[in-house]
Design a protein around this ligand. Sequence first.
Ligand code: NDP
Length: 310
Amino acid sequence: MRTILFSAPPARWPQYEVPLRAALAKAGIAARLVNATEHPERVDYIVYAPNGGLSDFTPFTGCRAVLSLWAGVEGIVGNPTLTQPLCRMVDAGLEEGMREWVAGHVLRHHLGMDAHIVNPTHDWAPIAPPLARDRKVAVLGLGALGQVAAGALVGLGFDVLGWSRTPRSLDGIACHHGDEGLVEVLTRAEIVVLLLPLTAQTENLIDTERLAWMPRGTVLINPGRGALIDDDALLAALASGRIGHATLDVFRTEPLPAEHPFWAHPKVTVTPHIASETRPESAARVIVENIRRVEADEPLLHLVDRARGY
Ligand code: NDP
């Protein structure tokens, strides 16, 4: 009998308990699923989300894997007490949500919807939007989420550029990588979507210099992580017109503080970290598949490379 500790904010337990038990039963894994324990040394697996009160992994001496419910692991990957393998979440439900959010926000800017939704002076300006095939959209980050978002944009007909750390080859996407690739992508795209993890290499990637590479009026859409962008540099780029609009879902401090200039800025749309979220039914299957793999001595899925940071 294995012991699985669910360590996440309390509101998550009722969402995940039933799907996890069902997935364990379906996989034939006999396990005690708990959301608290006085015997950390007896825990075999930890299902982990930030803010669940767990920051010291030292007492979990028998733990065979830490299975993150979140795709982004920047809050745990550098934890010096974590010696166990760490897996991040790759979830079909999370991907579906991100595909829809990115497609919706790209279409909003591509079609110029704001001019018609908010039109207090009742202007009749019959200018049809261009076709998607004449719009260059860049997706920075071509991992699980970047690929589905970019794929949806290709499906809508957009001229899609992609950027990753290592070379990628994806149908319908002009893939670039590394420093030179970033110049190529940022100097050409009219809409830029950030789906990168937060690491030492990607923090402040979108700074004054990179913003200056972008064509005047570029729209920046960030469902990745807040610290990918230098906030002050972005505010300056919005003021100069270099950036035409920023749609931001993630922030350095969340909730975004009431006094933050993004809230009242006419060229900034704030969404409260809702681009997508892990869906309990599908995520439970991913978690249990990894437990099954450890039990069967098979390699873990979605293992985080601790040196790389994602
Ligand atoms: P993956 O790990 O699957 O993909 C990461 C991508 O970023 C890869 O293509 C990787 O390149 C690229 N990358 C990483 N570092 C660099 C670098 N230094 N230079 C260039 N490219 C780099 O992550 P996911 O797609 O699953 O998730 C991406 C992020 O989305 C998460 O880390 C999280 O921060 C965010 N997220 C936001 C949510 C929201 O609701 N707002 C919900 C869920 C996630 P390579 O292919 O070469 O490895």
